[in-house]
Design a protein around this ligand. Sequence first.
Ligand code: B12
Length: 315
Amino acid sequence: MGTDAEQHELDRGALMPIGRVVELVRRDHPTVTPSSLRFLEREGLLVPTRTPGGHRLYSEADVQRILQIKEWQAHRLSLTDIKQRLLDRDSLPDPTALTRSFLDQVFNGSVEAAGQTILAADDLGVPLHTLFGDVIEPALIEIGRGWQHGTVLVAQEKTVSELARDIIAELSLRHAAPDPQGPVVVAACVAGERHELGLRMIVGLLRADGYQVRYLGADVETGILLDAVRLHPPAAVLLSAPLGADAAPLEETIAALVRERGPSGLPHIIAGGRMAIRDPQRVSALGAIPVNGGGLRVVTQKVMRLLASNPIGGH
Ligand code: B12
């Protein structure tokens, strides 16, 4: 769980000197030194840019690459295997092409092969937020468009969304790194909301970032959510709320949380989903923080920032 300043540094694509990179990588791999980075470079695994004066500068992609190499080394992969994996990864299609090949396989080939396409990209170290935000989310949006225009049957749409659900579940488990001291988050789609894949992916990214998430799934009645809140007092509750004239499920859920915890003991209540996109004012008026816009990656960053500022059990 990095600081805001670090995230900002990575977000704006700043190039970093070797000392800064060592500092960042050491958080997960304490034995890293400037000379071990220079070794990776001599082995041809890494090519930092150079200032006119010859100093090495590393991009965010370089840092991610180093983290990946270190992880593979921790799993005792040989340098030869690591080189091969990096070569395979470098020759992977970009996320847009991966989305295309995933959908082509679902429609014209086998569902299992489509799933393996994404899992293989994960094996090669494509970041989870890329697989979720740049591959799976666009695939689902495209399916929705096809369904709306009558070119995709409901049966096809369901096949893709069920497959996406399986993949998201598998990747979330692979990457979960819960910090036992870290904050607990309860997440659910309110009653009536069956679109759960967006929240499921956010949950996966939070788990990978150390959060302990109790995820309850789609269409969750208020009483069930309250039981989860009693069992695992959360620092935040994430709710997905549908669009529609009826705001009652969200309103009822928030009112029940207020009764349960009292206004001063309330966790952050963060609401996303269609209602937060179309009518954020209404979400605020109901007592939740609306989070919307910019796609999965941006939405998850916004949630993480809110969680980091949480007054209850924050970190
Ligand atoms: C798969 C799907 C379904 C599946 C859902 C399966 C599942 N397990 O989730 C099923 C078959 C159940 C379904 C049903 C329906 N669907 Co549907 N569905 C989709 C589809 C194709 C993909 C949804 C998806 O996962 N998208 C990808 C995720 C990542 O995006 P997302 O859900 O919008 O989430 C984003 C944000 O909202 C946010 N977010 C979501 N939850 C949360 C929670 C928090 C806390 C935060 C911070 C953020 C957040 O995170 C994401 C960031 O980008 C979309 C098409 C589309 N454009 O999305 C249609 C779509 C959403 N469905 C639609 C419709 C109309 C329906 C039905 C009414 C159809 C019907 N007549 O029965 C029902 C309603 C069911 C219900 N009661 O909820 C419309 C909605 C139109 C609108 N006005 O908003 C869409 C847009 C299709 C279309 N093009 O018209 N659907």
